[in-house]
Design a protein around this ligand. Structure first.
Ligand code: GLP
Length: 240
């Protein structure tokens, strides 16, 4: 894993925007694996600005998001589909039919997961996967567990994650307890991975991901096995 030390969140966002722009210059029909949460918000803002300046073109881009809360409709402001529309999609020239997020309204887990894996396969895999990291080392919604999951699956969110994501909801009871997430296998098959980590509350997880044992108890540690991972982390996330 390659580590790039950044001064702060602003520098992470700036560098990530430069890398994504380079990816789309390199391959304008890239399939991007996208993430939600606070970590990529600054990056998406910079991509919107770059698009407005004519520096980046999304007309041939395809996107697959990592995860979605189970039970939330796309128009629910807390859903990850809504987040993506607000933060990126509706501001750039991406074709809506080229953007994929797991279907949170699909009640049948088998169907939801099978359909999403089929989408990823049909797109020919992921050229660049963007990731954040949870305080407990989760990636997507792959929570600490006794095994690594390969394909898309339904997870029961940990107390730690519910607590961390509570800030986006008015009340804790509103935070969904389940989600559909891409598996670690699909993430590892991405050709490139870019992970963003900012803030002191990520320091323990980041350290274990970079230097700890590879274990499903800290899902991000599996990234040590990938040949092309770049971690953009700020001083706080590096415990400095
Ligand atoms: C959520 C998302 C993850 C994200 C993580 C960290 O649980 N499912 O994809 O990486 O939280 O979020 P944040 O960037 O807000 O710290």
């Amino acid at each position: 894993m390659q580590l790039c030390r950044c001064r702060n969140y602003e520098e992470i966002s700036q560098r990530a925007a430069e890398l994504l722009t380079a990816q789309l210059t390199w391959k304008k029909d890239s399939t991007l694996g996208l993430a939600t949460g606070g970590s990529p918000v600054g990056l998406y803002r910079k991509l919107r600005e770059r698009f407005a300046e004519g520096l980046v073109d999304f007309s041939e881009v395809k996107t697959v998001n990592l995860d979605e809360y189970r039970g939330l409709a796309p128009e629910n402001p807390q859903s990850y589909r809504y987040f993506m529309e607000e933060n990126l999609f509706r501001h750039v020239n991406i074709h809506p039919e080229n953007t994929y997020v797991p279907n949170g309204l699909e009640k049948d887990t088998e169907t939801a997961c099978r359909n999403y894996d089929a989408v990823i396969q049909r797109l020919g895999g992921i050229d660049l996967q963007l990731l954040g990291i949870g305080r407990n080392g989760h990636i997507g919604f792959n929570e600490p567990s006794d095994h690594f999951s390969s394909g898309t699956h339904c997870v029961k969110l940990s107390e730690n994650t519910i607590e961390a994501n509570q800030r986006f909801f008015e009340r804790r009871e509103e935070v969904p307890t389940e989600a559909y997430t891409m598996g670690c296998g699909a993430i590892l098959r991405a050709r490139r991975i870019l992970l963003l980590a900012s803030g002191r509350d990520k320091a323990e997880a980041v350290h274990a991901m970079l230097y700890g044992t590879i274990t499903p108890q800290l899902p991000a540690s599996i990234l040590q096995l990938h040949e092309n991972v770049l971690v953009l982390a700020d001083e706080e996330a590096l415990g400095q």
